[in-house]
Ligand binder design. Sequence first.
Ligand SMILES: Nc1ncnc2c1ncn2[C@@H]1O[C@H](COP(=O)(O)OP(=O)(O)OP(=O)(O)O)[C@@H](O)[C@H]1O
Ligand SMILES: [Mg+2]
Length: 171
Amino acid sequence: MHGTDVTAVFDLPDEAATQRLGADLAQALQPGLVIYLDGDLGAGKTTLARALIRALGHSGPVKSPTYALVEVYVVSSLYLYHFDFYRFESPEEFLDAGFGEYFNEASVCLVEWPDKAAGCVPSSDLRIRLQHAGDGRIAELAANSERGASCVRTIASIRAAGNSCATPEPR
Ligand SMILES: Nc1ncnc2c1ncn2[C@@H]1O[C@H](COP(=O)(O)OP(=O)(O)OP(=O)(O)O)[C@@H](O)[C@H]1O
Ligand SMILES: [Mg+2]
């Protein structure tokens, strides 16, 4: 799918800022969304996903799917699948595991290490890239579909309304 021009950049000076972005993202979700979480080891992908899942109302633990490959949540009448493909040795493992059927119009999929399943995992509506920046992080959001663009706009407007600490930098 082609990229759109809809992007946003947020400074995340500490872990709490990552958690706030996750909570903002929770308010911008719609069924069918596929969100890639990119970034090096320890960039904060699971931290963001955990805050999002908690903000949707899940009160139990939110484990990193590094070993299980996927954790499933049913929250706010939504099926949410949190994947981590770090341990894949080849992208075909995605197909062997039968994960394709998890990507449908009734689910939201969060995908850590999507590049490890490149060519097999469905394309994203939204790509969130987390990067180390000093002691903190920077998050770059880039929409790849109209659905992803709507998500970025919603997050930007939540934050512009002063409900979060970071300020979006429109490009
Ligand atoms: N904005 C931030 N500033 C500083 N530290 C942060 C920030 N966001 C998250 N962290 C910290 O980064 C650490 C690693 O986070 P996390 O496990 O979420 O990374 P990850 O990207 O999922 O890594 P992996 O690729 O291993 O799955 C955690 O200790 C978390 O507290
Ligand atoms: Mg992780």
